[in-house]
Design a protein around this ligand. Structure first.
Ligand SMILES: Cc1cc2nc3c(=O)[nH]c(=O)nc-3n(C[C@H](O)[C@H](O)[C@H](O)COP(=O)(O)OP(=O)(O)OC[C@H]3O[C@@H](n4cnc5c(N)ncnc54)[C@H](O)[C@@H]3O)c2cc1C
Length: 196
């Protein structure tokens, strides 16, 4: 695939963010009837999914402490579930298993999840947590006083998921070029020129 001499949107880096951005951008342009052959181009200096994405644990969850993340992550988890096959997503759920130290924070996360209708269960108290966790045959940990169980979360293999995002971006009309590195960006008179 050849490098176009110009394009409307250039995304530098074919990690999960670059590819997802390319996919969503193409869908948006297409819905407005504005998508052209070289509208969205992604350049990746090695291969897609070779950066941080290649070493991520692959967990897709919604229990970050920042309240502002709650709706955003709920939206992201929906994207994973709606495209589970191509992204190789496994919606097995996610359990945040806490000692007393994290109880208050996770109770707050749970109440925010309820507020937005994110499907989860919060178990409190050592005895109830032990009972809940004993559904797993090997469970032995002590000192657990709360469990936040998210039902629609899960995990995806990092490289497999990234290749899935590549497929979705290409199918939506993005051009993805591997082995192309940006070395400088020169701007003059309001237009950008990329040095490769
Ligand atoms: C150990 C670890 C575990 C993690 N676990 C999780 C997890 O369980 N769940 C979760 O949601 N997040 C997790 N994360 C965070 C997650 O991995 C990152 O947020 C995500 O992968 C970042 O994606 P990215 O596309 O922004 O960056 P990257 O995946 O790093 O992609 C950037 C790409 O840009 C390319 N590039 C760089 N410079 C240039 C250039 N000049 N020209 C062309 N290409 C260039 C690189 O080669 C790379 O492929 C984890 C991170 C780490 C390190």
């Amino acid at each position: 695939m050849s490098l176009p001499s110009k394009c409307e949107y250039l995304i530098i880096g074919g990690g999960i963010h670059g590819l997802s951005t390319a996919w969503h951008l193409c869908k948006k342009l297409s819905s407005k009837g504005q998508l052209k052959e070289d509208s969205v181009v992604v350049i990746e200096k090695t291969q897609v999914g070779e950066g941080a994405t290649s070493v991520a644990c692959g967990i897709v969850r919604n229990n970050y402490y920042q309240p502002a993340m709650r709706r955003l992550m709920a939206h992201s988890v929906d994207v994973w579930n709606s495209n589970a096959e191509v992204l190789q997503f496994r919606p097995v759920g996610y359990m945040q298993i806490n000692s007393q130290l994290m109880h208050e924070g996770m109770a707050e996360v749970y109440s925010q999840q309820k507020e937005i209708g994110y499907d989860s269960t919060f178990i409190e108290g050592a005895a109830d947590c032990d009972k809940y966790m004993k559904d797993l045959p090997d469970w032995q940990a002590q000192g657990i006083t709360s469990v936040l169980h998210e039902k629609n979360s899960g995990y995806g293999p990092n490289r497999g998921a990234n290749l899935g995002f590549k497929k979705l971006a290409e199918a939506a009309g993005a051009k993805i070029l591997e082995g192309v590195q940006a070395t400088n960006l020169v701007t003059a008179n309001g237009s950008g020129r990329l040095v490769l």
